[in-house]
Design a protein around this ligand. Sequence first.
Ligand SMILES: [Zn+2]
Length: 356
Amino acid sequence: MCFKDPEIKAIIEGLQVIGDCDVCGKSHVYIYDTGEPNTDLIQLFDGLLDIYIPSANLPDHFPKEKRDFLRNELFEKWNIFNIEKEKIERLMKNICKQRYEENPSVFDEPVGILSTEDESYIKNNSILKGYAWEDFVKGIKGDNRFHTDFFNLEILNTFLKYAQKSYEKGTIFFRARISDVGGLERNKMGAPPVGIATDGRVNASGISCLYLSSERETTIHEIRAGTHDYVTIGNFRLKEDISVVNLMKLHQICPFRTTDDIDFIQHAVNRKHLEKIGNEIARPLRRQDSPLDYLPTQYISDFIKSKGYQGIEYKSTMYENGKNLAIFNEDLLECIDVSVVKIKEINYRHNPESVE
Ligand SMILES: [Zn+2]
């Protein structure tokens, strides 16, 4: 299907029309016949298009670099379509046919979002109040650690709600430690105790946190085991249902599902900050980094913890498509089994996103 947004997909699937899509070329899929307009679908897109103002109607001082064609905006900033820019343009003109006929400039000329230039709007609605992530990093590392004031925490909290993910009691996660051929006992597989824990991306030193992966392969890569190393892998079973924040999804939250809490403009001004947060938590420290480099992500994870979530999910940069979990309270899991593996060959893949 041409769409990846869950709300749009649900509407089209609900029409129960199966056929060949002449936009993406896929056959035998749910399709939407633009000759039979669907009001729900048109309304969703109307809401989104309302935030864009044609270049000619923007004030002169509105910067050039913030003006772009609708097809580029939709392709680059919103996680709605599965198709290339030119097809997005064609599709939008068809779905919003009436709007296009009445007001073609939004579709054909560069557009801009007026509020992105409004200082007081940004101060109140951007997660970072108009600061850059780098300002925050500098501030928390070198100026004020515990009462930093770079964030609109209420806005961040609202986005977190939509990145919430549940895991059911009984779910198995994995955790590996390098060992000898005899392996480690189950009770040696847990988190370092309170007071002894060292700095991690999600915990400050002294605060205990259990780092897990959702697949065996990921956890072996995460500990950076070398060829010929013996590795003990513990299987951890969840003792109760838990609720975590999935930071991989933070910048992909469906804009149509959140409109009661977060409007389209708030999505637009925060998307890059949300993506930054997800990437920073996933970024491994390099040898020359200091524990101070963990402070920014520790700040975010402590905030998530303070809101009652039991953990954070983030992507593995060591293993493609791998998922990691940091659980704040290790008592939520029990190690039910251990096994020892010898690493024969490690295939460290290159992940372009983690290179700076
Ligand atoms: Zn299609």
